[in-house]
Design a protein around this ligand. Structure first.
Ligand code: PLP
Length: 493
């Protein structure tokens, strides 16, 4: 069994083994005709469950053959131009190369003595991102597993800062447990659900989150935010944080960041910007201005695995003031004793809510060193341009109605039949169209609800997708919806 260990004696096996795996994936990528095969859970589950995990195949080639059956054949391929579903991007090759390197070397970025250069590379990328945002000289941050973790971590710091300040200002000694129920988080009703989940996990409950309505363009209505903040103060509650979204998951809308920053400052409130989706604009050669105001944030979430064309996971949270990271610091004698901090040994675990942690930063490093920031940004620009063209197509199509002109790269729309049809049936037709399209494997689109009604959604992150793809997918969706309505009307009569 030792022959399977990656070490000085097995370098050749490693090379052959990984090369064979890469060959299989390369062949797959080169021959994939559709984003997926349309297989159902009922078809695939028995294949996966039928495998006896206590009987290894031993031969790596046989394992890869089996992998074809259980995974590769039916996987959803995000690189396919007709994958228009969720916020999954096609990935760039330098990042995939980075992934191969980081898992083979297997550094863990918790302490300096487990990572060395890895720690320094991660720190450079955090500084680079913070500078792109404009967070100032005291900024810092850490790579995380994703936007949800970045939001959670940021709100944890915001919570502990709010508690610290409230306890300091109090006339009598206050316990943290007395402060917690008074904290409120303000975010738009179009923000990501991880804001609410974070509030619950931070001991404040879903109720602590005040959903601020959005305007027609699905951006936070700051006149309501102003009123809500006033009301919060007048009720003796504490505005712990305002969470602005720079690229809402559904609409790609960007909240009015300068106005939110002004209100947050006026009320002494932490401003968090969730730029999980919109962070690609940080490197856009033409659209950086869409994020103006982000430089006022106390903390920012970026998901490189959404708009920097990085493989999952690759995300970070950044803070304006590095001191606030101390709320997640714990000095363990065996790992990162306080003495090390005094000796200025850079232990990233001091800043993270994880301990053992992947060297995800390497992927972004390889990408920047190969393509440069403008290279990534111009790819992102291409999908933003595509979305604008897609809007024109859908808007001109009498079969569809489209919600908002995109600021980034999502299009939310619904099929509307020419004849008068009951609204619930229209909802069902849209739901059906999405499901039937998925089952056909010809394209993947997403769905969402707007004002209680069922909508369809294109999330465009692939520069290879063309307006012809968009038009073709619209035709497919319409024919599924028409077929469904035709059948329902026949059944009804
Ligand atoms: C995707 C997304 C998240 C969550 O990020 P994960 O990486 O999926 O955890 C948070 N906020 C917004 C606005 C998002 O689009």
């Amino acid at each position: 069994m030792r022959s399977h260990l990656l070490n000085e004696t097995t370098a050749e096996l490693y090379r052959r083994s990984v090369t064979e795996g890469v060959e299989r994936v390369a062949a797959k990528l080169a021959s994939t005709q559709r984003p997926h095969t349309g297989i159902s859970v009922d078809e695939l589950a028995p294949v996966v469950n039928g495998i006896d995990l206590d009987r290894p195949l031993e031969d790596p080639a046989a394992v890869l053959d089996e992998l074809e059956e259980v995974y590769l054949r039916d996987a959803v391929y995000f690189h396919h131009p007709r994958y228009l579903g969720h916020l999954n991007c096609p990935v760039v090759i330098p990042a995939v190369l980075g992934e191969a390197v980081l898992s083979a070397v297997n550094s863990s970025l918790d302490t300096w003595d487990q990572s060395i250069g890895g720690t320094l590379i991660e720190r450079r990328l955090i500084d680079w991102t913070a500078a792109r945002i404009g967070l100032g000289p005291d900024a810092d941050g850490i790579f995380t597993s994703g936007g949800s973790q970045s939001n959670f971590h940021s709100l944890l710091l915001a919570r502990d800062e709010a508690c610290r300040k409230a306890m300091q200002a109090a006339e009598r000694p206050l316990a943290k447990s007395e402060v917690l129920p008074r904290l409120r988080i303000f975010t738009s009703e179009a923000s990501h659900f991880s804001v609410k989940k974070s509030a619950a996990m931070l001991g404040m409950g879903y109720e602590a989150v005040i959903a601020v309505p959005v305007d027609r363009n699905r951006r936070m209505d700051t006149s309501v935010l102003a009123l809500e903040l006033e009301e919060c103060a007048s009720e003796g509650l504490i505005p712990m944080a305002v969470v602005a979204t720079a690229g809402t998951t559904d609409f790609g809308s960007i909240d009015p960041l300068p106005e939110i920053a002004r209100l947050a400052a006026e009320h002494g409130t932490w401003m968090h910007v969730d730029a999980a989706y919109g962070c690609g604009l940080l490197v856009s050669p033409t659209r950086r201005h869409l994020l103006n105001g982000i430089e006022h944030a106390d903390s920012v979430t970026v998901d490189y695995h959404k708009s920097f064309f990085q493989p999952v996971s690759s995300s970070a949270m950044l803070v304006r003031n590095r001191d606030t990271l101390k709320h997640a610091t714990y000095h363990a004698d065996y790992l990162n004793p306080r003495r090390m901090a005094e000796e200025r040994i850079p232990n990233q675990v001091d800043k993270s809510i994880q301990t053992t942690r992947r060297f995800d930063a390497l992927k972004l490093w390889m990408t920047l060193r190969t393509m440069g920031a403008d290279g990534i940004g111009s790819l992102f620009d291409e999908v933003v341009d595509l979305a604008a063209a897609g809007w024109d197509i859908i808007d001109a199509d009498p079969r569809y109605e489209v919600v908002v002109r995109p600021q980034i790269s999502t299009l939310v729309f619904r099929y509307v039949p020419a004849d008068d049809v009951r609204p619930d049936l229209v909802d069902e037709a849209n739901l059906h169209a999405r499901k039937a399209l998925f089952a056909s494997g010809e394209a993947v689109v997403a769905g969402t609800k707007v004002d209680g009604r069922q909508y369809l959604k294109f999330t465009l992150l692939n520069p290879q997708t063309t307006t012809a793809d968009i038009a073709a997918v619209l035709d497919l969706l319409a024919s599924h919806a028409e077929q469904y309505l035709g059948e329902s009307l026949v059944h009804a009569s």
